[in-house]
Design a protein around this ligand. Structure first.
Ligand SMILES: C[S@@+](CC[C@H](N)C(=O)[O-])C[C@H]1O[C@@H](n2cnc3c(N)ncnc32)[C@H](O)[C@@H]1O
Length: 288
């Protein structure tokens, strides 16, 4: 009798263990479904907003096609956010007495930037990479200024020219085409890199140039024998320690329009020219 009871108890225990195991298994399967659906949701349409200024900025946001009250949001200095956006969004912020309104397109990236006289400006064309500094919006250097930058750096066929934040690739393409140099263009925007590669192929210099989609502040610059930059002053200040650590002594560094903070003693030349766009441009030549 005791033996029968013991056998019954063991059978019951086994059944309970199996039930508990099956229950846990369903819970785990449910969790893994949730986890795998998360990236799809995060990868949906969105806009990114970045505050590159040194102050926090308040603004309101609402879907363009909605009658709902706009929501007030705040971005602290340096903060980056992703906002799910299945359609256009309307962003409004106050700049002194002006109320400024922008329509944001899904899939695009935007930034608040410091303008003249402490004004806060809103720009399209920031990059959407969290944790990487936004060193400048995409604005091209006019071709005649590019030619002068390469001339001042005395770029020739022995050089490897690195353009940090290469935009459409025009500087390294000109270095290859006009001076026979090799070139490396680095930009964080995949769109810019595709455009640069297409432009290099069109110019017939794809064997001399290479384009890398990466953050300039994390890139390896050791192979550069000449460097060009068209970046905002604060970004040049961030870049300076890297130039000091990685470039060989004497490497020319040519900056379009903005001086490199802390490199006053390394400045070799400052050249001003009125370019084809009718604007006066400054080219600064430094030597590491
Ligand atoms: C002012 S444009 C200069 C384009 C080109 N060098 C020229 O002079 O025509 C600056 C470029 O820097 C890129 N950029 C901004 N932040 C960056 C980062 N952290 N790493 C790499 N590229 C960046 C932008 O995408 C943009 O194309």
């Amino acid at each position: 009798m005791n033996k029968r009871r013991a056998a019954l108890a063991i059978a019951l225990a086994v059944i309970l263990i199996v039930i508990a195991f099956l229950f846990l298994l369903t819970r785990m399967t449910g969790d893994s479904e949730k986890a795998s659906s998360a990236p799809a949701a995060a990868g949906g349409p969105e806009v990114t907003l970045r505050n590159t200024t040194r102050a926090s900025v308040s603004f309101t946001l609402k879907p363009e096609d909605s009658a709902a009250e706009p929501k007030t949001r705040r971005l602290d200095a340096g903060e980056f956010i992703r906002i799910p956006a299945s359609g256009s969004m309307v962003l409004t912020y106050r700049e002194r007495i002006m109320e400024l309104t922008y329509v944001l397109a899904p899939g695009k990236h935007y930034a608040f930037r410091s303008g003249e006289n402490g004004k806060i400006e809103f720009w399209a064309g920031s990059h959407g990479v969290e944790g990487a500094d936004d060193l400048a919006p995409f604005i091209s250097t006019p071709s005649d200024v590019v030619a002068k930058m390469l001339e001042l750096a005395e770029v020739d066929a022995d050089d490897v020219v690195f353009d940090l934040g290469c935009g459409d690739g025009r500087i390294v393409i000109a270095a290859a085409k006009d001076r026979g140099a090799r070139g490396v263009g680095i930009d964080i925007e995949p769109e810019r890199i595709s455009e640069s590669r297409e432009n290099a192929a069109r110019a017939g210099v794809e064997d001399l140039v290479e384009f890398r989609c990466e953050d300039v502040l994390r890139a390896d610059l050791a192979a550069a024998t000449a460097v060009t930059v068209y970046l905002l002053p604060r970004s040049l200040a961030l870049l300076r320690p890297k130039l000091e650590q990685e470039l060989a002594p004497g490497t020319p560094v040519v900056s379009h329009d903005y001086s490199i903070p802390g490199w006053e003693t390394r400045r070799v030349r400052e050249f001003k020219m009125t370019a084809s766009d009718g604007r006066e441009h400054t080219i600064l030549l430094y030597r590491k």
